[in-house]
Design a protein around this ligand. Structure first.
Ligand code: NAD
Length: 334
């Protein structure tokens, strides 16, 4: 079956890592018609906006996209394309699997959990203003509807992937109303999923526990900001941002993208690790039902990881992005 999928290369290393995953997916034989559109700096230059309407229209039509990272200027310039996309397409769940691989140097082994991050509200709502000249205020928005929706999503994911525990992260001891509402939504949902263990942990304690014993976790559900921070922390536990994939999921719509950003410090040098983009591509293939092809790519990746010489520099190897991609394709050939 042919699939129409929107493809956005993005900025910086996005161009390199998305080229890599596209080449691998095309080689896998999946029947995909890529609808290539531009977002980010290049779109800003060409269309005067980093997120032209035809980009969101393409994703709305195809219902699936693969996206590279987009640079977001700090403090000035355009607003985050990612935040805008997530809001416009109502991509309410950000799913970030964290898995350690044999052969990859990492602080921890045998790690396998998924972070489910609420993607539409919290301090990312963009409601900010100056109060006079010397103070600024950001509004943290937490609603019952979005909190229950994300908690239910986390429990459903646990059931689907045969995971036994959901851990809800919050700071309700201080933010009694906003995080309190998120926590109560999780407690309410947990009563509908008695087959799955439920626990709640305060975000500061969770940061320590994740660093000490990440093997204790299976599904972690969190409001937007804590989910964002904990997923970078978690990527650090299993070998770095080059290994962390992600998906933004809404109602019958999904945008797959690596967790990392556009990495301007290494962009254009053919040294970025495309693994997080490739793992995002594997998630995409599974989502569209191409499970066998997804597993073939994952198997090839696992084999490559066993031989450091075939890896990129961040994993202790010496291959460039393109050469690493070719190694995976050679491995897929068998
Ligand atoms: P970053 O993730 O781009 O880079 C952080 C560090 O990790 C850098 O040292 C970088 O070289 C390294 N790194 C990242 N990905 C790597 C890879 N695949 N292989 C090897 N090393 C890798 O974070 P940043 O520097 O804070 O952000 C740069 C830009 O990206 C900013 O404009 C930010 O807003 C944007 N950003 C976009 C997204 C997105 O589009 N989803 C996500 C995060 C950041």
């Amino acid at each position: 079956m042919m699939h129409n999928i929107t493809l956005i290369y993005g900025d910086g290393i996005g161009k390199e890592v998305i080229a890599s995953v596209k080449k691998i997916i095309d080689y896998s034989g999946a029947d995909i018609n890529w609808d290539i559109v531009e977002a980010g700096y290049s779109a800003q230059e060409r269309y005067g906006t980093p997120l032209p309407d035809h980009v969101t229209d393409s994703i709305k039509k195809n219902r699936i996209a693969l996206k590279g990272p987009v640079t977001t200027p700090i403090g000035k310039g355009f607003r985050s394309v990612n935040v805008a996309l997530r809001k416009q397409l109502n991509l309410f769940a950000n799913v970030r699997p964290i898995k350690s691989y044999d052969g990859v140097d990492s602080i921890h082994k045998n790690v396998d959990f998924v972070i489910v991050r609420e993607n539409t509200e919290d301090l990312y709502s963009g409601v900010e203003h100056m109060v006079g000249e010397d103070a600024a205020e950001s509004i943290k928005i937490i609603t019952r509807k979005a909190s229950e929706r994300i908690c239910r999503f986390a429990f459903e994911l646990a059931r689907k992937e045969n995971r036994k525990k959901v851990t809800l992260v919050h700071k309700a001891n201080i933010m009694k109303l906003s995080d309190g509402l998120f926590l109560n939504s999780g407690i309410k949902c947990s009563k509908e999923y008695e087959d799955i263990q439920f626990e709640e942990v305060i975000v500061d304690a969770m940061s320590m526990k994740l660093v000490q014993s990440p093997q204790d976790y299976s599904v972690i559900v969190a409001p937007n900001l804590y989910g964002d921070i904990l997923s970078d922390l978690s990527a650090g536990l299993i070998g770095g941002l080059g290994l962390a994939p992600g998906a933004n999921i809404g109602e019958n719509i999904a945008v797959f993208e690596p967790v990392h950003g556009s990495a301007p410090d290494i962009a254009g040098k053919n040294i970025a690790n495309p693994t997080s983009a490739i793992l995002s591509g594997i998630m995409l293939l599974k989502y569209i039902g191409e499970v066998n092809r997804a597993e073939t790519i994952e198997k090839a990746l696992k084999e490559i990881f066993k031989d450091r010489a075939k890896c990129t520099e961040d994993l202790g190897g010496s291959l460039g992005t393109r050469e690493f991609t070719q190694e995976i394709i050679n491995q897929m050939k068998g």
